[in-house]
Design a protein around this ligand. Sequence first.
Ligand code: HEM
Length: 520
Amino acid sequence: MSQLLARATYLAFFHPLARYPGPWIAKFTNAYAAYHAWKGDIHLDMWRCHQRYGDHVRYGPSRLIFNTTEALRDIYSTSGNSKVVKASAYEPLVHRAPNTLTIKGGKEHARRRRIMAQGVSDKAQRGYEHRISAHIAKFCDAMFSSRNRPETKNSPRMWSEPADMSYWCYYLSFDIMADVVFGAHYNLLHNEQFRYVVDSIDRSNVRMSFLIQFPEFAKLKIDKYIFRDAIIARNRFIKFVTRIVRERLGKVTTAGPEDKTSTEDADVFANLVAAKDPESGRSFTLNEIAAESTTLIVAGADTSSVAFGAILFYLADNKEAYDRAAAEVRSKFRSRDDICMGAALASCVYLYACINEALRMSPPVGIALWREVVADNVVLDGQAITAGCDVGVPLYSIHHDPKYYKNPFEYRPERWLVDDGTGSVERARSAFNPFSLGMRSCLGKSLATTEMALTAATVLFTGDFRFAEGEQGLIGRGRKDRPLGRHRHNEYQLFDHITGQKNGPFLQFSPRPLDDANGN
Ligand code: HEM
């Protein structure tokens, strides 16, 4: 008891972070953060804490969150900064051995990243693009052509039955990732057999996010009694992905390691087999490739699905932005088959602004990405931080800070295009980091951007969409009677469990008249 009291006194008054304000209970235990991670509102809670306590908040006994661009730069974008590494808190994500996403840092991370980058480079991506487009076309076919019904008895326009984007966007992003990474065709968009896998990822992530926030608890190894469902879900996912990897490995051994590179069939796996670290000349072993490719599926599928959902939600909710983005896309292409990466799509600047604004409003990864300080007196945003502390900048929070975004809870794509005379566009860019920054930023950023732009353009070109009528159309929104942060009607609400989980939106689709869609 006296030991406990001594520890509490130390944490409250003598710990190096004792001078920072924050939730009272967070001084003593990470259970505070873990509770919010379990509830799925940790991104909102971090934002609420910054509202209440200021730019520097103690969010755990040894954890500090920051809400400034200076901190963003100091913590994340000092390339190769050896004094701030990925936090040990990521350990629950490690399956067998650390991979590029979970490894702490240093030379081994840099080596892996150099090789991984070749699997998702712009050059490699050109080989994947036609496959991404094929899945998007399937998505559009499923949304636009099935189950149509007339708007009213007298109206010729047909609208589909409402479809829940939280699932359909996941099926799309999973099909893309399985194909791009492994050349595998699980066809979740058309076939129910493997759809359980997206639920498995979501369920498993609830436990993971709890453990990342509560590393002491993770070490006790008693989570298996509390998160039994999540563990079953994780095992199901691992079994599924082991099967994909085994099938893909089989192709390498039967056809030779370089069977697919530089061909139309190239996938990330084949490109990684061929890739060599430009510094050491070493390649990945097949086991390393298997582990890294699996990470890509997990890192790429649920994040992208949230992004697709958010883009569609905000366009459906903002008629002016919708009309402008649709007019832009429809004026640049003559047919749906013409939509590809290139000058025409790159010139859709308003569409890209809509995508950025969706990622700002509802970032798929919304919380502080913990980094561990491994030397004493490392100065971050003017604060001298001691070794052993975890630090981070919550993405959702800084994306909604009025210092950087005027009316931060308004969806306004124009903020990325038109300066208000005070440097507003530059300010907005300086705080925008949906893919994080620096050496540990997202390796799939370019691929994800390609997916988002192609999906948004193809859907807008093919036809129109709108929220379902009645109660169903409200799913995914905030509501006035809910707690602070969950109350905004115009915000796509996410439930943060490592990445944001979502409900809805329920949308209806209607194809454009054929002449219009063919540019006649
Ligand atoms: C809109 C979609 C995406 C978003 C918002 C996103 C966001 C992020 C963020 C915030 C991180 C940093 C995580 C951390 O520090 O803990 C990250 C890392 C990573 N992402 Fe993504 N991601 C997206 C799509 C993808 C895709 C499609 C891939 C795969 C092709 C991918 C692969 C990775 C990898 C491998 C890392 C680890 C990089 C490292 O630590 O060196 N991501 N992503």
